[in-house]
Ligand binder design. Structure first.
Ligand SMILES: *Cc1c(COP(=O)(O)O)cnc(C)c1O
Length: 394
């Protein structure tokens, strides 16, 4: 008897998989991970953790390892309390540990939000251009996905936002502030207008007066310029607001996979229903808790990165593209800048890559996004871009 191998294309087994039709032809999300000297493509903090931080993480993970035969703490309140303490320090807004939720990256936190508040017959809304993962959470939860639009300068007109909410009646509104890939932060008045309109939405199958959940994705909040508010300040007035944060960007811990949110307790409790059992491993809980003991050290470079960003923006604005037109840079409150516009942005991206500098080909046609690196990395970026523009002009 021969056992057909799963690799055997001539096997009598059906060749096709019963893939959901909406997944046919879909590629896994992600920027190219290339091995080049200057990585300025996924908005990481370029500074690795200091040795004393590494030592604390190693010690606390070792302690967790001694209990790895057991499932981890499902509700991880000590970590949620540490995150609440951090938010109070960072923004002056104090929430209870039970008002904090965490998962493997804020991407998973937002998937939990769509699992709890989206679903068949419901709509999720955002305003383009914005983070390209949002439509994937909608797709994966069978939620209808719609976008309104941002203005030419990537700001969001509150009247347009309110009108779109009224027309589409979403159960979830996603607002990135600062926005990716544009860097744009939203004024508090715009977020409030959205929250007011969201509270008037009649969500299908929801109790009367439920309204839509508004997610303000503050992945880049720590990089915002002085005077730019955080939506955390609105939490006590809006029980259907969720503010998501992450340790992946300013916190210099993208490899950790720890994202979190703050919201009213009933909202957080709804997320506890949809999470997988023990979704946050004991190792992750220990490493995140250890990192939070070193908040100051991990965030030490944020001010330097903001200054480096402002310098990069000023430099870019003083350059001319291959067509002789001055470069344009979107206003940014994050650790990246969206700049352009190039008749052939791919040629610019490729020219930089040929010189060992990887940036991101993302956003509206003609634009490119560069993450802010160390002063040395930014010098290499400036030199390479000058050469590329020179080459493409001739
Ligand atoms: C990077 C990023 C995140 C964070 O993702 P993690 O899963 O926490 O690493 C969230 N939202 C936006 C807009 C981002 O750019």
């Amino acid at each position: 008897m021969t056992i057909p191998s799963t690799q055997d294309p001539t096997s009598a087994r059906p060749a096709a998989l019963p893939l959901r039709p909406e997944l046919a032809g879909e590629e896994p999300y992600g920027a190219p991970q290339l091995d080049v000297p200057v990585l300025l493509n996924v908005n990481e903090n370029p500074y690795a953790p200091a040795e004393d931080v590494v030592a604390t993480i190693a010690a606390d993970v070792a302690e967790a390892a001694r209990g790895l035969n057991r499932y981890p703490d499902r509700d991880f309140l000590p970590l949620r309390a540490a995150l609440a303490d951090y938010l109070a320090r960072e923004s002056g807004v104090r929430v209870a540990p039970e008002q904090v939720w965490a998962a493997n990256g804020s991407n998973e936190v937002m998937l939990h939000l769509l699992q709890a508040f989206g679903g068949p017959g419901r709509t999720a809304l955002s305003f383009a251009p914005t983070y390209s993962m949002y439509p994937e959470y909608a797709r994966d939860t069978h939620t209808r996905w719609v976008t309104g639009r941002r203005a030419e300068d990537f700001t969001l007109d509150p009247e347009h936002a309110v009108a779109t909410i009224e027309a589409e009646q979403p159960s979830v509104v996603l607002l990135a502030s600062p926005n990716n890939p544009t860097g744009t932060a939203l004024p508090a008045a715009t977020v409030e207008a959205v929250l007011e309109a969201a509270s008037r939405v009649r969500v299908p199958d929801a109790p009367d007066g439920a309204g839509a959940v508004v997610v303000v994705d503050e992945a880049y909040a720590e990089f915002r310029r002085t005077g730019t508010p955080s939506a955390l300040e609105l939490l006590d007035r809006y029980p259907h607001l969720a503010v998501t944060r992450t340790m992946s960007k300013a916190f210099a811990a993208a490899g950790l996979r720890l994202g979190y949110l703050a919201g009213a307790r009933p909202l957080v409790d709804a997320l506890r229903v949809v999470r997988l059992p023990y979704h946050l491993s004991a190792v992750t809980q220990a490493a995140a808790g250890a990192a939070l003991k070193h908040t100051e050290s991990l965030l030490a470079q944020v001010d330097a990165l903001r200054a480096e960003r402002d310098a990069a923006v000023a430099w870019l604005r003083a350059q001319r593209g291959p067509d002789g037109a001055p470069l344009v840079v979107a206003e940014t409150d994050s650790n990246f800048a969206l700049f352009g516009t190039f008749p052939d942005r791919h040629a610019v991206w490729q020219g930089l890559l040929d010189r060992g500098v990887l940036i991101r080909e993302v956003g509206p046609d003609g634009w490119l996004r560069v993450s802010i690196g160390t002063p040395q990395e930014m010098e290499r970026f400036r030199t390479a871009l000058t050469e590329v523009i020179e080459e493409l002009s001739s």
